[in-house]
Design a protein around this ligand. Structure first.
Ligand code: DAT
Length: 178
């Protein structure tokens, strides 16, 4: 079994919550690699076509997991995706669930020109805490952290907190985690 000396983090939450923005800054500051699942799905063809109504790819999860397994098992990845229950528990050290006020989310998704049905589905998902529940159903409570992403101050403190966590993880797993 391969051991990892750098942690793997899932950055999840409803689309528009701030996953990519957080991941890019964290990757820059820490050297961990930003793994945008959206890009992987598109670039490596891990899908069964495009859903025109929702303007999104229909993900082939088995193909996706096969495609990223060798990389992710080495450690040092920040996985950026609006779902988290598909990644095996053994791959993951921390699950960050970003949250945002629904009025702010509405504005962010409107600015993206989301179709009405997709916008409404995502707003409902945020209000119903779907991603937080999915994380709780899939991973141990101790590795899940829920962070607010309303403002740039929020983002700054989130980044600081995650960087501190990464530092502790590295100290505690200097020999490598399995
Ligand atoms: P996601 O990757 O979750 O879809 P994103 O990182 O692309 O979200 O962010 C969507 C938009 O919202 C983008 O214009 C940046 C802005 N944004 C994200 N997080 C924010 C925050 N904490 N404060 C202010 N703006 C934020």
């Amino acid at each position: 079994m391969r051991t990892r000396t750098q942690p793997n983090i899932i950055m999840t939450g409803t689309p528009g919550v701030g996953k990519t923005t957080h991941c890019e800054t964290l990757a820059q500051n820490t050297g961990l690699k930003h793994l945008s699942i959206n890009d992987v799905v598109k670039e490596r063809g891990c899908h069964d076509g495009f859903d025109e109504e929702f303007k999104s790819w229909i993900v082939d999860e088995d193909k996706l997991l096969d495609s990223i397994e060798d990389e992710v098992k080495q450690g040092g990845y920040i996985i950026d995706w609006h779902a988290c229950d598909l990644f095996p528990k053994s791959w993951i050290d921390l699950v960050v669930v970003l949250r945002v006020d629904s009025t702010l989310l509405y504005d962010r998704l409107k600015a993206r020109d989301y179709p009405e049905a997709k916008l409404q589905e995502n707003l409902d998902s945020e209000i119903m805490e779907v991603l937080l529940q999915e994380a709780r159903d899939s991973y141990d409570e101790e590795i899940i952290v829920e962070l607010t992403s309303n403002t740039s101050d929020d983002m700054e403190s989130n980044i600081e907190r995650i960087e501190t966590w990464i530092g502790h993880w590295k100290t505690n797993n200097a020999e490598g985690a399995q």
